[in-house]
Design a protein around this ligand. Sequence first.
Ligand SMILES: NC(=O)C1=CN([C@@H]2O[C@H](COP(=O)(O)OP(=O)(O)OC[C@H]3O[C@@H](n4cnc5c(N)ncnc54)[C@H](OP(=O)(O)O)[C@@H]3O)[C@@H](O)[C@H]2O)C=CC1
Ligand SMILES: O=C(O)[C@@H]1CCC=N1
Length: 309
Amino acid sequence: MESESLTITVLGCGTMGVAILSGILSSLTSLRSASVSGTSTPNALLPTRFHGVDGTPPKLPSRFIACVKRPESAERVKKAFVEYVGVVRVLTKGNVEGATLGDVVILGCKPQMYTDILGEEGMAEALEGKLLVSILAGVKIVQLKSMVPESTRVVRAMPNTASKIRESMTVISTAEDLHPSEKALVSWIFSQIGKSLILGEQHMDACTALCGSGPAFFALIVEAMADGGVMMGLPRAEAQMMAAQTMQGTGRLVLSGQHPAIIREQVSTPAGCTIGGLLMLEDGKVRSTIARAIQEATNMAAGLGSTKK
Ligand SMILES: NC(=O)C1=CN([C@@H]2O[C@H](COP(=O)(O)OP(=O)(O)OC[C@H]3O[C@@H](n4cnc5c(N)ncnc54)[C@H](OP(=O)(O)O)[C@@H]3O)[C@@H](O)[C@H]2O)C=CC1
Ligand SMILES: O=C(O)[C@@H]1CCC=N1
């Protein structure tokens, strides 16, 4: 009998795999809480009534398999999902078993490892007819397709570490027409862990720099702003919170439709302090430095698909 729910397997469940699964599990827990009065039950994650309306896939995931290479990593992953015993299974050196049991397989290893994993004996059979979602930087759909059976549909996605708190920005790219239910499923997965949009694969390296690497760049800016506050006598923890919350607020203003240039002008009172700070940033070429960082990261992302280790 066909199963009522889906299994998601992550081949290479490290930082990103854990972040993505954590986000999905927390979303399912909220869905479940919303559909059942009373408290949520993590071991029975699916909402009690789920009809697959409004573009939502008819089947949701309720079982997860995390595959890693080393036993110490398996312990780390088990610890991360200690609340979800019976829902998340962790396999060490069990990629083929994981792929066999999964309906959707997320490839989450380092870009340099994908040929080893997809080339494992039995992997092609395990992936027959399945949906493979790669989050690998720089590895093109055509490279992945050359290693899997024709019946495997391949999608690329570029999320970021904020998946863990369901605040990722994910760009999805697919080279072929997926079945509408698979499209809905891929969109559902990434919209549970933040915002998502679909773009052509030619943009994926730039999206890797902006979305994938983005948290590292913004973290550096938060640190620098906090350092400035500390330099002027603020306590470190408070300075960091002020920088992070101000960054979040500004991001939300932009997402609500305000143009960044308008935000900048509204804050800059004539002869005030903001214009003084802005001119220092422009003198330091911060704008072009940041834009060039995206250019550099994009170019480096493009080279990550080479299988040289
Ligand atoms: N980090 C980020 O912010 C982002 C990363 N990405 C992409 O996501 C991918 C993963 O990155 P990240 O999570 O940081 O990397 P990690 O190194 O944290 O995770 C990689 C995982 O792959 C596992 N692995 C390695 N070899 C095998 C194998 N033969 N079989 C099964 N598992 C294996 C590792 O297990 P073990 O520890 O046991 O070796 C580890 O758990 C990369 O391709 C990267 O380009 C995309 C967006 C953002
Ligand atoms: O730095 C990297 O290569 C990966 C891809 C995007 C974020 N981290």
